[in-house]
Design a protein. Structure first.
Length: 157
């Protein structure tokens, strides 16, 4: 379908299809996944409207599904003993250091973006100011978007 032929009802049908069974297995997609897809579509249609390719943005009024707040159960978080058992099992693995950093609260992108200069070995902390992610088969390093002062305590307490 050409961009000029896309109307708001097409966008609404597309969102409904994702909610009702848009995955490859026919299962509904999570609200967060639908929301991200709609955000990307809105960026494309806004650009098309700015460039004069379409008279009106067809995705402007599309509504993303609401995400339900998830509660973290005590069983979702590892205890100190479980982390120590995991660390003992993972000790010989090539990604052992990355596993430990993840157990101490770093995100995957933060572990990938970490540099030696980010680690203070004397104090046992990390000042991770960058993250690394991949898009379109290319690696991107970007500064952290959340507030400053995010630290990881690398020594067990």
């Amino acid at each position: 379908m050409k961009m000029q032929a896309v109307r708001q009802h097409h966008v609404d049908q597309w969102v409904s299809a994702m909610i009702n069974g848009g995955s490859q297995t026919g299962k509904p997609l999570a609200p967060g996944t639908v929301r991200l897809a709609l955000i990307m579509l809105k960026q494309v249609t806004e650009y098309a409207a700015r460039q004069g390719l379409v008279a009106r943005d067809p995705a402007q009024y599309a509504q993303a599904p609401r995400q339900r707040a998830t509660k973290i159960a005590p069983t979702d978080v590892w205890t100190r003993e479980q982390v120590q058992a995991f660390a003992a099992k993972a000790a010989g693995h090539r990604l052992y250091a990355a596993f430990l950093l993840a157990c101490h609260g770093l995100r995957r992108s933060e572990v990938c973006g970490m540099r030696w200069a980010d680690i203070d070995f004397e104090v046992g902390t990390s000042n991770n100011l960058t993250s690394k992610s991949t898009a379109m088969s290319m690696w991107w390093t970007s500064p952290r978007r959340l507030g400053p002062g995010r630290r990881c305590r690398c020594r067990p307490t």
